[in-house]
Design a protein. Sequence first.
Length: 50
Amino acid sequence: MISEGGIEAIQSFIVVTAIPVSLLLVTTFWVPLQKQQKLCMKINLAELLN
């Protein structure tokens, strides 16, 4: 059986490793959305000028 201290250590490890992974995932989704928005704005501007 795992002791109480061992469970706390595992939980702390999970939290510490999850923070950088979540930051990586946020940037992975955020950057393409920004690029897509800029592209859509360029396309709409080009259509307005024609």
